[in-house]
Design a protein. Structure first.
Length: 435
């Protein structure tokens, strides 16, 4: 799961809190305007901070670092504190622990009147989260909150640390407390949505993530997180969220991959191609992008191209079940059933948590007239994943071909009552034909 960037800069001192409750919401779409503002007023620390924030959120981390250093050099202590927190978020995004620690040292040198004491400990907690040290982070948040119980950044870091420890109850309590301290900040809503999704509280997660998007409608992290929580059932809205996320952060690899996969599911092949191409521009070695291209090739009836992309992905990730499955699907499409079955079995061996290799093997055997093997793969799928509809549907097809009509009817009924069935209408028609 992708972790979001650090909290909006806020002073733990009540007098400074009002100045940071309405942060700029600019990413790629607003970078040119903000850049023009800094060109017109090169000594304006606020303008530099806004541009640095926008560049970071758009994924331009090196440029963001330059602008934030420039802004900090011209800033008053209160603005310098906010610049410091933006630098801390930047180092979190870059996963640079030592630079994050340096930011905290710079923060400690600020005057006490801007709340440097509690802020320094909150910053150190955030730095520990860069290297996923939850226990050390909680030690620092305790010190910060002892100095100022209303320190927003400390509460947010505390919630993230508990989340890292998989302590959902304490994470939720801390994040809701952070919401109370700074209701207009997107980060607590975003983090809590992810915690709730992991805890299986899907509807609550989507609700909090929708709040995050409402607070930050141009924020790529919020847009992507909501789309991810919605899953394939999100339909056109999910694709729109992913498109907006990639518009705001062109280098957002995960969002491009999700957009491409969702576009295939929606039969929007040209959009899927564009997303896969963009993903490879972000990372030319991306195995998931190669797998996505292979799936598109299968959709268009080009099995050799699918196999080529699957094997290219395997050169990068030798134990990729998804790439092995792609090769198997391509081989099955070509009619090389024996090779395909070897690949399906290899894919299943690499990932026993995914029923797809078993289901596809059953379907391929059925299509090739090997219904005894199709039945065996279908039985295995339903034994391993009794609530997975496609497995029951594949088993029903094999049984129907073997003229076991009652058993086939039972399998089709179980398919309709289970999860994941892409086309219930087709299964219903097969069931009706057996009545």
């Amino acid at each position: 799961m992708r972790v979001v960037s650090f909290a909006v800069a806020a002073s733990c001192v009540l007098g400074a809190l009002a100045a940071v409750c309405s942060p700029a919401r600019a990413q790629e779409s607003q970078v040119p305007t903000l850049r023009a503002a800094t060109t017109a007023a090169p000594g304006d620390a606020e303008a530099g901070l806004a541009l640095g924030r926008a560049l970071r959120r758009a994924g331009h981390l090196k440029e963001a670092a330059v602008e934030l250093r420039r802004a900090g050099a011209n800033a008053t202590p209160s603005v310098a504190l906010r610049v410091g927190w933006e630098r801390e978020r930047l180092e979190y995004d870059r996963r640079d622990y030592f630079k994050a620690i340096q930011v905290c040292k710079d923060m400690a040198s600020l005057p006490a009147k801007v709340g440097a004491g509690p802020q320094e400990h909150a910053c150190l907690a955030a730095a520990e989260l860069v290297r996923q040290r939850a226990t050390e982070a909680l030690t620092e948040t305790a010190l910060a909150l002892a100095k100022d119980p209303r320190c927003f950044e400390a509460k947010l870091a505390e919630g993230r640390a508990y989340s890292l420890q998989l302590d959902g109850a304490h994470a939720e309590a801390s994040l809701r407390a952070a919401m109370g301290l700074q209701p207009q900040s997107v980060e607590p809503f975003l983090e809590l949505g992810r915690v709730l999704e992991r805890e299986g509280k899907h509807d609550d997660a989507v609700s909090d993530l929708r709040s995050a998007v409402q607070l930050d409608p141009h924020g790529p992290d919020a847009l992507y997180a909501l789309a991810a929580a919605m899953g394939p059932g999100g339909g056109a809205e999910r694709l729109d969220l992913l498109k907006r996320a990639t518009d705001e952060r062109p280098g957002f690899l995960e969002a491009w991959l999700a957009l491409g996969t969702g576009s295939i599911d929606a039969n929007r092949v040209s959009d899927a191609k564009a997303a896969a191409s963009a993903a490879l521009q972000v990372d030319a070695t991306s195995a998931p992008a190669r797998i996505l291209l292979g799936k598109i090739a299968l959709t268009e009836g080009h099995p050799d191209e699918a196999i080529e992309n699957g094997r290219a992905a395997l050169k990068v990730m030798a134990n990729s079940a998804a790439a092995t499955l792609l090769v198997a699907d391509g081989q099955a499409k070509k009619g090389d059933l024996d090779l395909a079955l070897e690949s399906y079995q290899a894919a299943w061996g690499l990932d026993h948590g995914d029923p797809t290799p078993l289901v596809h093997a059953s379907e391929a055997c059925h299509a090739g007239g090997r219904d005894t093997s199709a039945r065996a793969f279908g039985v295995k799928s339903t034994q391993e994943f009794p609530k997975w509809g496609p497995g029951w549907a594949a088993l029903g097809d094999a049984l129907a071909s073997q003229n076991e009509r009652q058993a086939a009817r039972d399998a089709y009924r179980k398919a309709l009552a289970s999860d994941g069935l892409p086309s219930p209408g087709g299964v219903q028609a097969k069931l009706a034909a057996l009545q």
